[in-house]
Every structure is written in structure tokens, then in C-alpha cells.
Design a protein around this ligand. Structure first.
Ligand code: PRX
Length: 637
């Protein structure tokens, strides 16, 4: 497979960038030409950020799975599409060639159809990292159903909220999932979620852990039985549904500054073009390379750079079921060695955690196949960057620091491996087609370099968020109303003298814990659900491994139990309501919170205290009761 849009030199990057700004429609039409369309577009781009309304490749018809599977069959049919490494290194790995994957996606498309799923229906997928997860996602796309993958670490309550918001009537899940030493009972969690979701018609359950599960007559069916039925009927090829470029491909829920996660919607055409374009260019993918992204498919990184980007490029993508530190901290290096991985894409939190194990886990592993390293999800500190460079890349592999978001669908700011210069802790330059600007508090552009400000994007790229599911006004308010005619990212950034961007982190009430996005309001709501809690306030604080930790200040009515039990009960409540990923790292019981006279909590002060900067709290004179601050600052955890 060749990539006519691949940029190979810095000069080509500069030329491509200029053209993408001067003539975006011509630029993207050229890129899109190398994909397979059933019908070409009438217009490349139609947009305004006021409503917002963004339409790419309108009038065109395609199916993304024909681009990810069918078109590769002739030349790449026997090449590995997915290499799957199980949680337990003793278990056999699996390799699915493009032909195998195509066959299995067709089969499961028949299964979905036989179970009543139609174009436009929402299908919730709650599975561990096994090939059947990829198959389920692609089968949804093939039949035109909208998939909504939910990460295995979310609770029944979170799943129920998402099912209700998406009005999803179909679920694909597993009996359980293996993750490190843990065995997560996925189907049980789904059963709990479904108590609040009587509208769910069908649950397809794939076998993985063989944990006992309840199977409800008329609602629950086994994946394997359904496949057998399709085989008995001799059903093979499944004719892909013809989709409009702007038909919805998937919904992915993400946290914002309000209590309720929102369903970010991506559509078929633009998402396909941009994920493949960015995949090939950022990682400088060469046919035959093995690409290993360690994310979970429950997050956007897994959607775009384990599945759609690599598969649309005919790449070999490695899917790993487990975690980097089990059974030991050498697991990732052993995988790199075993499959001769060429590109390794992971999160700073994983790097920092592995740094803590020293160099012993590298012993006996050969990492010489690595060509490119990548990071994503949070700012990478220089120490972690240098460790990654020295001990993993042996100073021969460019590191791409890729900045993007669930809403952007693909990488927007990053160096391109070996093509544009890297700078430690800097995402560096925008990809062609991406026009970032920095603005001050009033929305006035900060020009010149160096500069600092809030990061916005001036014009749409093909995989920009189209709406928030079921609530377009929320999309407008969240991203397009803060600054007129700009997409606001929620991040702050610096720009150095050479125009390189350094993302400094969220400027809103969103935390980034181990690269997972968690809203402070969401955690507060969950804490406040505890019967003994009156009020709470949650802030982030710097955490050596997680990047940010969660610090909760909690006011209790009366302690029926001692503090340590109360703490554990609160953690359990948060686990139940959101999931274990949102459990606070620290809980401080307080008798009041610092509020302004209008009743607003002054988080700035709480943040300073959580950061340990108790002597530098700034102006507290506008507080209703400044004495509260002293009590909190002196308080113990
Ligand atoms: O704050 C930025 C941070 O992660 C946020 C997006 O989170 P999410 O939608 O979960 O997507 C994560 C994976 C794309 C951003 O607003 N972020 C992501 N990548 C970087 C980053 N911060 C600094 N540097 C990055 N490379």
C-alpha cells in the first residue's frame, strides 16, 4: 500500500501546511482521493462555528469498513491486520490477517442484523481488549449502526447513564475481562446497569473468562451460538451499508466541567480521512511495520490509533489485553521484542510508572526493532521524556508528543517522526489542516512568539466533533461559545520562539488522572451521593505517576463512624457511581468550604492547599468567612 499524502521532509511539511491553509478544500480533496468512495462528494467543506455546522465531503457515499478491510483483501489479504497479545503471557496469542478480520466482521454483521440491529441504531460495546471487541466495532460500522464503546473501568451507574443518553437498545459484552491479576465481571456490571434500562432489547455475550453469568431468556444470547447460526446458514460476505460521509459513525462519552459526561459524535467520512492521514504522517508508518498502541479501545486513542487509522492504512496493529506491569514490569518490553514492534505509542503515566522499576525489567529484551516512540494523553515531563528516549528508544527513535482530544478525533499538534523536529515536553507544530491560535481571557489573539494563552482552533479539520449526542446546544456552548468563531479546546498552552506549542493542561474544571479525563463536578456529585455527606469540593494536585491526583474536601453531617471508615465508604460510593478510575487519592474532612459572598467555591484556594502551597494563598478578603481557609490549611488528611 502506498500513501500519496505522506510527507517525508520538513520542506514538504511546510508546503503541505501552507496549501492546507490557502486552499483547504483542494488540499483535503487530494488526500481523500486515495480512499475508496462509492460516490464522490459534491462539496469538500461547508462550515460555520456559530451553530456550529460542519460538513465534510458532503454528498459522498462510503463505508469505512470497505476502506479498512475490503480494499486490502487483494494485496494484503494474508498480511496481519491485528496481532493480539493476551493478558497472560502463557496463553497463545492470535493473529488475524486482513482476510480473517474481514470474514469475522462480515459474520458478526450478520449476527447483528439477525438480532434486529439496523442502520442508525446505537450499540453499546462493553468488552475487554480481545479481538472480538475490534470485530464488534467494525461490524457496527459495516451495518451502519452507531457504536458507543464504554471503557471496562466504568460502573453500572455510568453505563446506565450512557445507555439512557444514547437510547441504546443493543449491547455487546463479555462474561468478564482479564486485566493484570484482576478478572472484571463485565456481564454482571451490565446486568446491574440494565435494571435502570428496560428498553434494552438484546445483549450479546462473548465468552472470555467463563465467569458464571446470568443469561436472561429473550434478552441475552451468546456470541458463539449466534456465530454458529450464521455458519449453519452459510452466510459469508456481508454487503456493507452505504453511508453518507456525515452519517454518524460513533459516540464516545467524555467528561467536561459539568456533572454529566457528554456523547461526542464523529461521522464516517472526515473521521476516516483524518485518522489515516495523521496515522501515516505522525508515526511515518511504513507498510509492514508493527504498530503498538497501548491504549484501551474504550478511549478515543484506541478508536483512532489501534483500529480505524491503522486499518484504513493497511497497517498491522497490535492489541494488548493486559497492563504494562503484570506479571512484571518488563511486559511491554517483552511484547516489543516478541513481535518486533516498530512503533510504540503510550501515555506519560505508563512511562513514569515504569521508570519507577529501574532498568532491570529491560534485561534480556531486544528493543532494536523500535523506530518511533509516541506519547499521548497528558503533558509529558522532561524527565520522563528523556528516560523514554534513552532507555526505550536508545536515543535512535524520534519521540512524537501528540496533542489531541476525544473531540478532535485525531492528532492535531505533534511533530512528525524524523520529519519535523522534536522538542522535549513540546507537542511542537500543528499538522497540515490545523490552525491553532492562542487567545487571552477576552478572546483576543495573542500574536508573536513566545506567547501564552488559551488554545483555540480557527477552522475545521475533517475529524472535528460534529455534535454532542442528543443535545446540539451543549456542543455549541461547550466548545464554540467561549470565543466567537473559534473552537475552544479547554487547554492552556505556551508557544516558544520557533512557534512550537507546549500544552500546559486544562484551564477548566477537568482533571487528567493517568491520562483519563475526569470532571471535578462528576466526582463531587458522586461523593455527595453518600448519605453522610453535606457538600464537597474536588480539585487536582500534582501526582508523581498519575500526572494529576484527585483531592476531595468533604463536609459531613455527622460521623456515624470513624474517619477512616468514612473515607473508605466514600471511595466505595465513588466507585459505584462512576467507577474505580474516579476514586479520590486524598480526602480531607472540613467543616466549611471557602466561598465568596455570592456562594461560589473558591477553587483557586483549594488547589493551592492541595498543592501544598499553604503560604501563598493570595487574596482571601472576598471570602464570606476567611477563617475557614485557616482551618483547611491546618487540617490533616
Ligand atoms: O488536556 C489535554 C490532554 O488530554 C486532553 C484530552 O483528553 P481526552 O479527550 O481523554 O483524549 C486523550 C487522548 C487524545 C486534552 O485536552 N492531552 C492529550 N494529549 C496531550 C495532552 N496534554 C499535553 N500533551 C499531550 N500530548
Amino acid at each position: 500500500m502506498s500513501y500519496p499524502f505522506q510527507i517525508k521532509t520538513y520542506e514538504e511539511y511546510q508546503r503541505a501546511y501552507k496549501r492546507s491553509v490557502d486552499d483547504p478544500e483542494g488540499f483535503w480533496a487530494d488526500v481523500a482521493s486515495s480512499f475508496s468512495w462509492r460516490k464522490r462528494w459534491n462539496k469538500v467543506l461547508d462550515w460555520n462555528f456559530k451553530e456550529p455546522h460542519v460538513e465534510w465531503f458532503s454528498g459522498s457515499k462510503l463505508n469505512i469498513t470497505e476502506n479498512c478491510l475490503d480494499r486490502h483483501l487483494l494485496n494484503l489479504g494474508n498480511k496481519p491486520a491485528i496481532i493480539w497479545e493476551p493478558n497472560d503471557p502463557e496463553e497463545h496469542h492470535r493473529v488475524l490477517t486482513y482476510r480473517n478480520l474481514y470474514d469475522k466482521v462480515c459474520q458478526f454483521s450478520h449476527v447483528l442484523k439477525n438480532n434486529g440491529v439496523k442502520k442508525g441504531d446505537r450499540v453499546c460495546i462493553y468488552m475487554g481488549m480481545i479481538p472480538e471487541l475490534a470485530i464488534a466495532v467494525l461490524a457496527c460500522a459495516r451495518i451502519g449502526a452507531i457504536h458507543s464503546v464504554i471503557f471496562g473501568g466504568f460502573s453500572a451507574q455510568s453505563i446506565a447513564d450512557r445507555l439512557q443518553d444514547a437510547k441504546a437498545e443493543y449491547i455487546v459484552t463479555c462474561d468478564g475481562a482479564f486485566r493484570g491479576a484482576k478478572d472484571i465481571p463485565l456481564k454482571n456490571v451490565i446486568d446491574d446497569a440494565l435494571i435502570a434500562c428496560p428498553f434494552v432489547k438484546r445483549v450479546i455475550v462473548c465468552t472470555r473468562t467463563r465467569t458464571p453469568v446470568s443469561m436472561i431468556k429473550g434478552r441475552d444470547v451468546w456470541w458463539e451460538d449466534e456465530i454458529k447460526k450464521v455458519e449453519t446458514l452459510g452466510l459469508n460476505h456481508f454487503e456493507a451499508e452505504e453511508m453518507d460521509a456525515e452519517d454518524e459513525l460513533f459516540i464516545l462519552y467524555t467528561s467536561g466541567s459539568t456533572g454529566k459526561p457528554k456523547g461526542v459524535v464523529h461521522t464516517c467520512g472526515g473521521y476516516m480521512v483524518f485518522t489515516a492521514y495523521s496515522f501515516v504522517n505522525v508515526f511515518q508508518y511504513t507498510p509492514g511495520d508493527v504498530h503498538f498502541c497501548t491504549a484501551d479501545i474504550g478511549w478515543i486513542t484506541g478508536h483512532s490509533y489501534i483500529l480505524y487509522g491503522p486499518l484504513a492504512s493497511g497497517a498491522t496493529t497490535l492489541m494488548f489485553e493486559g497492563v504494562p506491569t503484570w506479571p512484571d514490569a518488563g511486559r511491554l518490553w517483552q511484547i516489543v521484542d516478541k513481535y518486533k514492534v516498530n512503533v510504540l505509542y503510550t501515555a506519560p503515566t505508563a512511562i513514569r510508572s515504569l521508570m519507577g522499576f529501574g532498568l532491570e525489567p529491560f534485561e534480556g529484551t531486544d528493543l532494536s526493532s523500535l523506530k518511533v516512540l509516541g506519547t499521548v494523553g497528558e503533558p509529558i515531563n522532561e524527565e520522563a521524556w528523556h528516560w523514554y528516549d534513552e532507555h526505550v528508544g536508545k536515543k535512535r527513535c524520534p519521540i512524537v508528543d501528540t496533542w489531541w482530544q476525544t473531540e478532535t478525533g485525531g492528532i492535531l499538534i505533534s511533530n512528525m517522526a524524523g520529519v519535523t523536529p522534536a522538542k522535549p515536553a513540546h507537542a511542537t507544530l500543528p499538522l497540515p489542516g490545523v490552525q491553532p491560535i492562542l487567545v487571552d481571557e477576552n478572546g483576543v489573539e495573542v500574536t508573536g512568539n513566545p506567547a501564552a494563552g488559551n488554545l483555540c482552533i480557527k477552522a475545521p479539520w475533517p475529524s472535528i466533533i460534529r455534535t454532542t449526542y442528543g443535545d446540539h446546544e451543549r456542543c455549541r456552548q461547550t466548545y464554540f461559545s467561549t470565543y466567537e468563531n473559534l473552537y475552544f479546546t479547554g487547554d492552556g498552552a505556551l508557544r516558544d520562539a520557533d512557534g512550537n506549542y507546549r500544552i500546559t493542561g486544562r484551564v477548566d474544571d477537568v482533571l487528567n488522572v493517568s491520562g483519563h479525563r475526569i470532571g471535578t463536578a462528576e466526582v463531587e456529585n458522586a461523593i455527595n451521593m453518600h448519605a453522610g455527606v453535606v457538600e464537597s469540593a474536588v480539585v487536582g494536585y500534582p501526582h508523581d505517576i498519575k500526572g494529576q491526583g484527585i483531592y476531595a474536601y468533604v463536609i459531613c453531617q455527622d460521623m456515624h463512624t470513624d474517619e477512616s471508615h468514612m473515607r473508605l465508604d466514600i471511595l466505595q460510593t465513588v466507585s459505584r457511581i462512576i467507577g474505580p478510575i474516579a476514586k479520590p487519592d486524598k480526602i480531607q474532612f472540613v467543616s466549611g468550604l471557602p466561598k465568596t459572598r455570592s456562594g461560589k467555591i473558591m477553587r483557586r484556594i483549594l488547589r493551592k492547599i492541595a498543592e501544598g502551597e499553604k503560604n501563598n494563598l493570595g487574596d482571601t478578603t472576598t471570602l464570606l468567612d476567611p477563617s475557614v481557609v485557616e482551618e483547611i490549611a491546618e487540617g490533616k488528611l
